[in-house]
Each structure stands twice: as structure tokens, then as C-alpha cells.
Design a protein around this ligand. Sequence first.
Ligand SMILES: Nc1nc2c(c(=O)[nH]1)N=C([C@H](O)[C@H](O)COP(=O)(O)OP(=O)(O)OP(=O)(O)O)CN2
Length: 116
Amino acid sequence: MSTIYVEKLEIYTILGIKQEERENKQKLLIDYWIETDISKAMLSDDIEDCVNYRTINKEILSTVANSSFNTIERLLGVLLDIIMQEASIEKATVKIAKPGALRYAKNVSITASRER
Ligand SMILES: Nc1nc2c(c(=O)[nH]1)N=C([C@H](O)[C@H](O)COP(=O)(O)OP(=O)(O)OP(=O)(O)O)CN2
């Protein structure tokens, strides 16, 4: 098994329970890890044999940008659903960070995984 890692995807959206967070978009930093068997792609050099991270990334970008959930947990569930739609993915992990959302903290994040 190999890992595709997309690091610190920066997206502005509505996410949170506070009045201010319902009214103003805030920056999220999203990391995700995709575990998949790349042995065929390592021989074929054919994108059709790969998990195309470009396709998944575009769906994540548009879903997050157009969402307005209350909790990080709900958004994690939606993003794991998107990634696990691809049958060749064995496991996915997503981390969502809200820098500056928690008073006196530099960052707050939650990480969740789903396995087939
Ligand atoms: N498990 C979760 N807990 C909280 C979430 C969440 O998504 N999952 N979200 C929030 C708020 O939306 C926000 O991120 C933090 O708000 P708050 O706790 O009010 O943070 P402050 O530091 O600004 O608190 P003050 O009391 O206003 O100082 C909360 N929890």
C-alpha cells in the first residue's frame, strides 16, 4: 500500500457555531492521506491506473467552498464520503484545521479516518 498526501489545502468557507463564523468565511487548512495500491501504475505509467488526486482535489475544493456546516466533524464526514467513492482507495484520513478559531490557541484541528 502507498500513500498520496495532499498538504495544507487552503480554502475559505463558512464553518462554525458562533455568530461571527456563520456570517464570515474563515480559512481552513485541510490535509488528506489516501492509501491505495500503486503497483500496477508503477509499471504502466498510465493515469487510468492511478487514483487521480487532481479529480479528488477539485471535488474537495468545490464542496468545501460551497458548504456552510456548523461543525468540523460534519465536514470531515462529507470529505471522507467523497474520497472513499473511488473503489481503489483502501483508506483515507482527513485533517481539518481552523487556525485562529480558538481563543489563545494558534490552531485547532480534528483528524478522522475511514477504511474499507
Ligand atoms: N468538537 C467540536 N467542537 C467545537 C467546534 C467543532 O467544530 N467541533 N466548533 C466550535 C466553534 O465553531 C469554534 O471553532 C470555536 O468557538 P469557541 O469555542 O467559541 O472558541 P473561542 O475560543 O472563541 O471561545 P470564547 O468563549 O468565545 O472565548 C467550538 N467547538
